[in-house]
Design a protein around this ligand. Structure first.
Ligand SMILES: [Zn+2]
Length: 99
């Protein structure tokens, strides 16, 4: 382990043409953060492109422009959710009496 990494963020697999998709989404969303909570839209300058539903769906419909703060906020929330789903997906341990 080399260590020194801030946090333990897992990298999502990104397609080879990600830079183009990213540029497309930022332009489509007019470089503004699309984060909305209640009826308020953030609207600050967007620097990041986020997967609306986490996973490997890289279509523009599943991508949105976010400002750095909201991307970090969403990522941390998804990190918590991911830890849960990993726990839920883990196959049941074999009962020692059933070998
Ligand atoms: Zn924002």
């Amino acid at each position: 382990m080399s260590g020194g990494w801030a946090g333990s963020t897992r990298r999502h697999e990104l397609p080879d043409d990600w830079p183009e998709r990213r540029a497309y989404v930022l332009a489509r969303d007019e470089y503004r953060c699309r984060w909305h909570e209640d009826s308020t839209v953030c609207g600050r300058a967007a620097t990041d492109v986020d997967h609306i539903r986490p996973g490997n769906d890289h279509r523009p419909e599943n991508l949105q422009a976010l400002c750095r703060d909201h991307h970090a906020l969403k990522s941390s929330r998804e990190g918590n959710a991911a830890r849960w789903s990993v726990r839920m997906r883990r196959p049941a341990e074999r009962h020692p009496g059933l070998i």
